[in-house]
Design a protein. Structure first.
Length: 145
């Protein structure tokens, strides 16, 4: 009986430590540091003739120069997920080069015929650049062609 009471008190303390009614602040609405700017990448998967469960986001990285991007000397990279579409980077003002990659895990030659260069498990890349301005939020849609 004593252990049940202790477990009940611990459970109440654990449940009471979370405050689901606290809305907090939306990280997308405010730039914390006025000397920085932000860029939001909308990482939507392309609409091709493959099942959605066969396409996966594998990379979203930023570098200060195209040369650094190719040498994989990134200044920032996202931990991409199949369930998250928008990724925000808060950076110092300037020009940044990005690369984003998706992969295909469908069976047979489906990936090859859908445009993936090496077929199954190869990576389809897109890249470009964005300019970050102080105190502003810029939105970039990633397009795979």
């Amino acid at each position: 009986m004593k252990t049940i009471r202790i477990l009940a008190v611990l459970l109440l303390c654990f449940i009471g430590s979370c405050n689901p009614d606290d809305p907090g602040t939306d990280p997308g609405s405010v730039i914390q540091d006025p000397t920085h700017g932000s860029v939001d990448f909308n990482f939507t998967l392309p609409e091709i003739n493959l099942p959605d469960k066969g396409l996966h986001r594998v990379d979203l990285s930023l570098a200060k120069s195209m040369d650094s991007l190719y040498r994989k000397q990134f200044c920032n990279a996202a931990n991409v997920s199949d369930y998250k579409i928008t990724y925000r980077f808060t950076l110092l003002p300037g020009r940044y080069f990005y690369q984003a990659g998706i992969t295909c895990t469908c069976q047979a030659d489906s990936c090859l015929y859908a445009g993936f260069p090496g077929g199954k498990l190869s990576i389809w890349w897109t890249s470009g650049w964005v300019d970050v301005e102080k105190g502003k939020v810029f939105s970039k849609n990633l397009i795979f062609q």
